[in-house]
Structures are given as structure tokens and as C-alpha cells.
Design a protein around this ligand. Structure first.
Ligand SMILES: Nc1ncnc2c1ncn2[C@@H]1O[C@H](COP(=O)(O)OP(=O)(O)OP(=O)(O)O)[C@@H](O)[C@H]1O
Ligand SMILES: [Mg+2]
Length: 238
């Protein structure tokens, strides 16, 4: 469904992604893992059109969106939840969520709102509170709810667990699983290898802007390089 082919991205004269190719099938959960500054966020931004790739292709249902403005993506079925949540802190929770449905007719937006609230019962009591008053974990839920208002077929999530308590990580993890089981594909990035790959159908490891490893979630977790460098497991000599 979503496919990046040999995507190169530059910031000014500096190249930060090199021939990145990735694939997200319909209904798949896909993780992009990598250390700080390896280019994880840039991959999502290039996919979403928030940062234009200098070359390569960003295919969605076979159509190359690379050079198209970011605004066409939501209409095709792509949505993004950005890092550090980016809510409007002085607006109410309800307003923040409804913003995610701006591109849809009012009737449809109401239907999406009901669907989204069903996924996040914890949010309902806070609908009229200003978003800035919520805890970090609650804000993350509002951000995800906003992203889902567009009824995406693929939801991109930039570090959905960043800064959350262990209990909230579990909660958001559960929500991602639920969304995914309802048929929404999810492409997310995360620095923790175990968290990334244990929950995903497929994973990619990025280092210095290049995909250095890819495979099923299980293959990634069992890969000696991932185990040694990212899971800190010492293999005993065979
Ligand atoms: N707006 C920008 N201008 C210039 N360079 C940038 C910009 N944004 C990112 N970079 C550089 O591009 C590279 C990849 O950054 P990116 O944010 O995609 O990495 P990341 O893996 O998401 O990192 P983090 O773990 O810190 O979120 C880094 O070297 C970063 O310094
Ligand atoms: Mg990042």
C-alpha cells in the first residue's frame, strides 16, 4: 500500500537519507528503529510530504506522491501523529480532536468522532478541558485520536512512546494494537528495539540515514546484530 523506493532526503547540502526503501502493506504494523539522529523522523516526514524527498518515489496505492504537496495525503488515506504531540494547548480536547477531521464532511466527522471516542474512553471525561492541562499520556491519546479522525488507512506515528510512563506505554501500545486490528496500517518509529519489533509484523533498522537491516518483527529481534548492539545480549561462543 505505502512504499518508499530509494528515497533520498537532503537538508540544504546535507544528505540525511540514503536510498531508503520500505514497505507497509494494508493492515500491517511496521516499526522503524534506529539510534538518535539516524533519520527515523525524516522517513515519516518524507512519506507524509512534510519534507520533500530529493529523489526516489513515495508510492501510495501505486501513485507517486513524492513531489505532491502534503495536503493530498490525508485525502488518499494517510495521517500522521507527530513527535511531542503538537496539540494546541489552549484549545479544548474536543477542538483538538475535531481538527483532525477538518477535511471531511460534518456528518462523517461526527461518525469518526464517535469511533475515536470509543477507542479512547479515558478521554471522554476531559473533552471540555484545555488540552494543555492533560497529562503527557493523555495528550498522546488526544494526538492519536486527532490523527484517526481522518479515518486513515495508514497512520504514521513518530515516537508514540516518547516520555510516557511505563503504564502509559502499555496503554498506548494497546491502542496501537487495537487500531491495527481494526485494519489501520501503522508505521511508527521508536528507539527501543524490543518495543519496536515485539509488536510489529515487520521492522527496519536505520543507521546514519540508511536501512541496514529489515525483516519480520521476529527476525529483527533474533538478529545477532540487533541483539548485540540494541538489546545488549552477549552471544556465547558456539
Ligand atoms: N530541519 C533540519 N535541518 C537540518 N538538519 C536536520 C533537520 N532535521 C533533522 N536534521 C538532521 O537529519 C538527521 C536525521 O534526523 P531525524 O530527526 O530524522 O532523526 P531521528 O532518528 O528521528 O532522531 P531522534 O531520535 O533524535 O528523533 C540528523 O542528523 C538531524 O540532525
Ligand atoms: Mg525523531
Amino acid at each position: 500500500m505505502l512504499k518508499l523506493e530509494n528515497v533520498n532526503v537532503h537538508y540544504g547540502a546535507t544528505q540525511v537519507l540514503w536510498d531508503v526503501s520500505m514497505e507497509v502493506g494494508a493492515g500491517e504494523m511496521v516499526a522503524v528503529m534506529g539510534p538518535n539522529g539516524s533519520g527515523k523522523s525524516t522517513v515519516l516526514k518524507a512519506a507524509m510530504g512534510l519534507k520533500k524527498a530529493s529523489s526516489g518515489a513515495v508510492l501510495f496505492d501505486g501513485e507517486d506522491l513524492r513531489a505532491k504537496p502534503a495536503t493530498v495525503r490525508p485525502r488518499r488515506g494517510m495521517s500522521i501523529v507527530l513527535e511531542r504531540r503538537r496539540l494546541f494547548p489552549r484549545m479544548s480536547v474536543r477542538e483538538n480532536i475535531m481538527l483532525g477531521g477538518y477535511a471531511r464532511p460534518a456528518g462523517e466527522a461526527r461518525g469518526s468522532f464517535a469511533w475515536v471516542l470509543g477507542l479512547f474512553p479515558e478521554i471522554e471525561p476531559h473533552l471540555d478541558a484545555t488540552a494543555g492541562k492533560l497529562s503527557g499520556g493523555q495528550q498522546q491519546m488526544v494526538a492519536i485520536a486527532r490523527g484517526l479522525m481522518a479515518r486513515p488507512r495508514v497512520l504514521l506515528m513518530d515516537e508514540p512512546f516518547l516520555g510516557l510512563s511505563p503504564a502509559m506505554v502499555k496503554n498506548v501500545y494497546g491502542i496501537m494494537k487495537t487500531i491495527n486490528s481494526e485494519g489501520v496500517a501503522v508505521l511508527f518509529n521508536e528507539q527501543n528495539a524490543k518495543l519496536s519489533f515485539a509488536m510489529s509484523h515487520r521492522g527496519y533498522l536505520l543507521e546514519s540515514g540508511r536501512v541496514v537491516l529489515s525483516g519480520s518483527g521476529e527476525e529483527m529481534l533474533e538478529h545477532p546484530e540487533v541483539r548485540r548492539v540494541y538489546l545488549g545480549v552477549r552471544e556465547s561462543a558456539a
